[in-house]
Ligand binder design. Structure first.
Ligand SMILES: *[C@@H]1O[C@H](CO)[C@@H](O)[C@H](O)[C@H]1NC(C)=O
Ligand SMILES: *[C@@H]1O[C@H](CO)[C@@H](O)[C@H](O)[C@H]1NC(C)=O
Ligand SMILES: *[C@@H]1O[C@H](CO)[C@@H](O)[C@H](O)[C@H]1NC(C)=O
Ligand SMILES: *[C@@H]1O[C@H](CO)[C@@H](O)[C@H](O)[C@H]1NC(C)=O
Ligand SMILES: *[C@@H]1O[C@H](CO)[C@@H](O)[C@H](O)[C@H]1NC(C)=O
Length: 229
């Protein structure tokens, strides 16, 4: 690099200013790099679109409003800025997702026969430990590739499906979440009568909430309990 002579001082000053601006831009880039993983960030935006697609158009603005690509022109970091998302401080990967009550009132109170959750949406989150999908009015899951999607949640310890309308058909899928320690199925339509295996593979399960499932009988509860481990 040339050093500045007196003659060139004006352009030299300009050059230094430009370098300074570049350094600031670069530092911003590096800072931005500490943000959440791009694959997880776009997967989160897909989840948001999914919830919007289920809801009444009137509620679109109320669904995960902090999950935006940019905030006042600055890229927004899904780990630090998005409500309901918590990341591991070291790996910056998503650890916790709270998607409770995400759809707005419409679907929850609607009488629509079925509202299916697409579990493939959670495929990229390999470090996910806690997932809250309570109070959304889901009745089931898309069967297509569902076993794969559940199987990828290897670190999932806490799953809250409370306040939905899942029935026994969800049990075989839940039975693949072998790291689960807490499973909340409160206020659903579980009967426990038609399941072959129950939740026999959930070896680490410590808390299972089956309260407020209308059609569960003491017989089916005993049977489920026997099939627990
Ligand atoms: C975050 O990730 C690191 C590296 O994988 C791991 O050692 C640590 O236990 C994680 N933290 C939490 C709170 O899970
Ligand atoms: C969702 O659950 C979290 C705790 O898991 C709670 O803090 C939050 O208020 C809940 N959100 C709604 C909209 O109910
Ligand atoms: C479920 O989500 C995955 C991943 O985003 C997508 O490829 C697939 O088309 C979705 N399936 C349905 C039935 O919407
Ligand atoms: C259980 O839920 C699934 C998915 O919504 C549905 O297809 C099935 O008919 C339900 N079974 C019963 C017995 O209600
Ligand atoms: C479950 O209970 C409700 C009433 O609480 C009843 O209308 C319904 O038919 C029952 N479903 C089954 C599959 O037995």
């Amino acid at each position: 690099m040339k050093s500045c002579s007196a003659m060139e001082s004006t352009s030299c000053l300009k050059f230094s200013l430009m370098s300074l601006i570049w350094i600031i831009v670069l530092m911003n880039e590096i800072h931005g790099y500490k943000g959440c993983l791009e694959t997880e960030r776009s997967a989160l935006l897909e989840i948001k679109s999914f919830f919007i697609s289920l809801s009444d158009i009137r509620y679109d603005d109320k669904i995960l409003p902090s999950w935006v690509g940019e905030d006042d022109g600055m890229p927004s970091d899904c780990c630090d800025d998005w409500v309901g998302v918590m990341c591991n401080a070291t790996t910056r990967r998503v650890m916790q997702l709270s998607l409770n009550y995400s759809q707005g009132l419409n679907s929850f109170y609607s009488t629509s026969a079925s509202l299916l959750i697409n579990m493939s949406l959670f495929h990229p989150f390999e470090e996910l430990q806690s997932l809250d999908l309570s109070s959304n009015g889901f009745t089931g899951i898309y069967e297509n590739r569902a076993y794969d999607s559940f199987g990828s949640l290897r670190q999932l310890k806490m799953l809250n499906l409370g306040n939905n309308d899942f029935n026994d058909s969800i049990l075989p899928y839940l039975n693949t979440l072998t790291s689960l320690t807490t499973l909340n199925l409160r206020y659903n339509s579980i009967e426990g009568s038609r399941t072959k295996q129950g939740l026999v593979n959930l070896r680490y399960l410590q808390v299972l909430d089956l309260s407020q499932n209308n059609n569960i009988t003491s017989g089916s509860l005993t049977r489920l309990g026997r099939l627990l481990r």
